[in-house]
Design a protein around this ligand. Sequence first.
Ligand SMILES: *Cc1c(COP(=O)(O)O)cnc(C)c1O
Length: 429
Amino acid sequence: MPEPVPVFTDSQIQQLAAEFPTPFHVYHADRIRQRVSDLLAAFSWNEGFKQFFAVKATPNPHIVKLLHEAGCGADCSSPAELVICERLGITGEEVMFTSNNTTPEEFQQAADLGAVINLDDASLIDQLHSEVGMPELISFRYNPGAEREGNVIIGNPKEAKFGLTREQMPGCYQKCKELGATRFGLHTMVVSNELEHESFMETARMLFELAVEIKEKTGIAIESINLGGGIGIPYRPEQQPLDLQRLGSGVQELYEQILTPAGLTPLKICMENGRSMTGPYGALITRVINKKHTHKRYVGVDACMSNLMRPGMYGAYHHITAVGKEAAPLAGEVDVVGSLCENNDKFAIDRELPEVEPGDLLVIHDAGAHGHSMGFQYNGRLRSAEIMLESDGSARQIRRAETLDDYFSTVEFPESSSSAASTESLVKQ
Ligand SMILES: *Cc1c(COP(=O)(O)O)cnc(C)c1O
């Protein structure tokens, strides 16, 4: 098996750690651009193919801007994510708004941006129509229920709160047409971190057949089909990446086999990957601060779950290497832990690592998506900075680390604007 090319070299990490205090997240601009162009190339057979970056994966405006310049639209599911697009000038059909349990105000905000609204329930049709107005283009999210198995991260579709049933779909399109919609999209999101080619083929087949069924039942021709995101990344060294070229040509075969005979082509294929666009091209850099040997051996680092939740929350694997010690012999199993008063605050459990010492830099790999963005402030631990490594080798801070002032900013008010006292005056009382 060929060794994957490391995203960051040891000397790059050492230089970054000399410039910025650990812990921090770092992203590799060129590798992200390359990833976008690889995905676009795989679907170049499809005129109008669009990849909407799932903003929640890495909601840093600098990253969303880079992805947009590389050819991605944006997939948003909250007001803040819509505002990121608005501030970057990403508008109209470059934005997809897929939300769940949404208020009319949020639909209004999405409509103001001209975003494609992707409805998650039949009851939202009337709400949208009466409060916001039926847009020209409307999309629906399909939940296949027992038809598909889903996967570990996203769960079983039958138990998932997202989307509409197959029986509901044709009537929903029909109703929107009666209310004035003239263009229609179809969407699903059933897998996450999926590395199996066949799973994406099943998704494409399922949606293509559903589009045919909708046409047969209603006469409505869907113009775009969004296969969702969910392309996985090889978090474990022994895993292989999904072959994007094979994905593209597999979808093309099904397109020609199912959609063309039904008179539904040309039709735009869309995806909304988050993880696979930035995940492997970002890392969390942290320093060893303690070693401890009790019932187990522990390596304590200066990052914690505030910086990266996935291991603590899902038991997710993130590969960890020690800078300068990649070739050193393994020295037994350790738990790599943070400082939270929460026993889930572990980046790795029973992980074979070389002998590391306080001061050593550790790289927690594949932290470029669902990493910083899932961070929190539990225990008063603050979220770290994000750094972009640019093409010319320079490093640019694209988000500063939080400070104690940020931490107190939501509880301290000017006396006049609120009944809450400042924490300083609380102390004095
Ligand atoms: C989270 C999410 C995505 C992105 O998922 P990845 O696994 O990061 O590719 C895409 N679409 C929707 C609706 C999502 O909720």
